[in-house]
Design a protein around this ligand. Structure first.
Ligand code: NAP
Length: 498
């Protein structure tokens, strides 16, 4: 069969999972049945854990932290486990990608690429485990020496969303492990399979029991209980800004746990007249359509130089028209299904709002009927005004709003006109313009003449209401540490009582 016609088949029956507790599978008692968003067919059965299960997982993580079976190892041994994990992931790449597609609806080729990125995360995490170190102060005078130690925070709660279930997990887990922390993970109820599979992979790689635990269930029950748990030292939350706000309240009302927050975005892609317009149009089509626009760093606001706006929008619309939207299990599909029914409704309602508010649909603008599953055509709106909901709200779908500017200042002002500050992309061949814009636009990740590029060496995180802290790379590992200063007296004490 050639690549254009090849397609994987659906499982004959839904796969039933247990949850991962203290290094072994625990059988579920009650289940959530998940159907494939691309096909409408039941594919997995995921345990609905109870708060007792969560408490058992936190206790296991606490025991594994306090017995030093992980935090007490040399960084080189922790690195060994992370490198073995990378090797096992390489071997099980296609299988993990398959379950990711079935629960999420993303194209299979894209899912395999995400597993490759996850492997890189474990490799970078291994390097970080060996390199993590503190600091020293040799400047405190002849009778005092100062050391700054980095210690693991302790038990980490990790809550992840459904858009990149395995990738987002792996942009955190290796770095949490590198720091010496233990953890309890709560994936989104609709995409839990691959987070569970990572449990048995880490165990095979030699991770001590209790270091990685997974409890499954809904955000309102298990997620909320994890954020409120008094024995969790830090919570890393990735999801919407709205739930992020409730996480902050829960932390304040429980034990003031340390927080890492990776939240929403309304990210600009800024195109100047001197850019390579072909390249920029390809990037803009990719930036809004990749992962069906269900991507925290989707470039959902096009900010284009008025002098080339019409030409650029035409070029872009032609490219968006050519995107292959289809069955996620088909090898050549570029854009798959919308992950949940609720998200599908949200995106379609924003498209209707955009039309109602007077913006013009240049391409897309409706659902696509592929016989089964939920699909939406990549959509470009022009004539968008700043106050419209499609200009301000994170839609989390393949809907791009176009704005025009005349000066660099106006472009920067438009880019910053949002409560979010997650990512931005600038297209210009003028180094002064590119650097000025990169410095002045308030976003945690910036791409110059590229988009969504990078590797796990680079930190990720947001400004403004896009979050707190940074994940990945050495910055990510440091986020999961506490800094302790140790003062050492040298020689005889200068006595207070004479
Ligand atoms: P969400 O509704 O906020 O859910 C995120 C996670 O939180 C899920 O595991 C969810 O569980 C759980 N949750 C829901 N209510 C909770 C509560 N009251 N307490 C604790 N946990 C709770 O977000 P989503 O719809 O899954 O994801 C989309 C959002 O995530 C977008 O805003 C996107 O921009 C953001 N995001 C940000 C980044 C980043 O790096 N900045 C990356 C990806 C996504 P259930 O799903 O089981 O209910």
């Amino acid at each position: 069969m050639d690549k254009t016609t090849r397609s994987l088949s659906l499982p004959e029956a839904p796969r039933e999972f247990g949850f991962w507790l203290d290094g072994v599978w625990e059988a579920g008692r009650d289940f959530f049945d998940r159907s494939s968003p691309g096909h409408g067919t039941p594919v997995t059965r995921i345990p609905k854990c109870t708060v007792d299960d969560l408490n058992a997982a936190v206790s296991a993580a606490r025991r594994a932290f306090e017995d030093r079976s992980w935090a007490g190892l040399p960084g080189a041994e922790r690195a060994g486990v992370l490198l073995r994990t990378a090797e096992i992931l390489r071997r099980r790449r296609d299988e993990i990608a398959y379950w990711e597609v079935l629960e999420n609806g993303k194209p299979i080729a894209q899912a395999r690429g995400e597993i490759d990125h996850a492997i890189a995360c474990f490799e970078v995490g291994a390097g970080a485990a060996r390199m993590l170190h503190g600091d020293s102060f040799n400047s405190l005078g002849d009778n005092l020496f100062g050391m700054v130690l980095r210690e693991p925070v302790g038990v980490v709660g990790l809550i992840t969303p459904w858009n990149f279930p395995f990738l987002i997990l792996c942009e955190r887990v290796p770095f949490i492990l590198a720091s010496g922390c233990t953890m309890v993970v709560k994936p989104s109820e609709v995409t839990s399979a691959t987070t569970l599979l990572l449990g048995e992979i880490l165990a095979e790689a030699g991770l001590p029991k209790g270091v990685y635990n997974v409890v499954t269930g809904s955000g309102r029950t298990i997620g909320q209980a994890l954020t409120e748990h008094p024995d969790v030292d830090m919570l890393s939350f990735t999801g919407s800004t709205g739930v992020g706000r409730s996480v902050v309240h829960a932390a304040a009302d429980s034990n003031f746990k340390k927080l890492g927050l990776e939240l929403g975005g309304k990210n600009p892609i800024m195109v100047f007249a001197d850019a390579d317009l072909e390249d920029a149009a390809d990037a803009a089509a990719f930036g809004i359509s990749f992962n069906t626009g269900q991507c925290c760093v989707s470039s959902s606001r096009l900010i284009v130089d008025r002098r080339v706006a019409l030409e650029f929008e035409k070029l872009l619309a032609a490219k968006m028209n050519k995107i292959v939207v289809g069955d996620p299990l088909h090898e050549t599909t570029q854009v798959g299904a919308i992950t949940t029914d609720a998200q599908n409704q949200t995106i379609l309602s924003y498209i209707e709002k955009g039309k109602g508010e007077g913006a013009r649909v240049v391409t897309g603008g409706s659902a696509l009927d592929l016989g089964r599953g939920s699909y939406i055509a990549p959509t470009l709106f022009t004539g968008v005004k700043r106050e419209m909901s499609i200009a301000r709200d994170e839609i989390f779908g393949p809907v791009l709003s176009s704005f025009q500017f005349e000066t660099v200042e106006e472009a920067i002002q438009l880019a910053n006109d949002t409560v979010y500050g997650l990512a931005a992309s600038v297209w210009s061949k003028n180094i002064d313009t590119a650097l000025t814009v990169s410095r002045r636009v308030r976003a945690g990740r910036f791409w110059v003449n590229c988009i969504m590029a990078g590797g796990p060496e680079m930190p990720l995180g947001g400004f403004k209401q896009s979050g707190w802290g940074r994940e990945a790379g050495i910055y990510g590992v440091e986020e999961y540490t506490q800094v302790k200063s140790v003062h050492v007296e040298i020689g005889k004490r200068n006595h207070w009582i004479k």
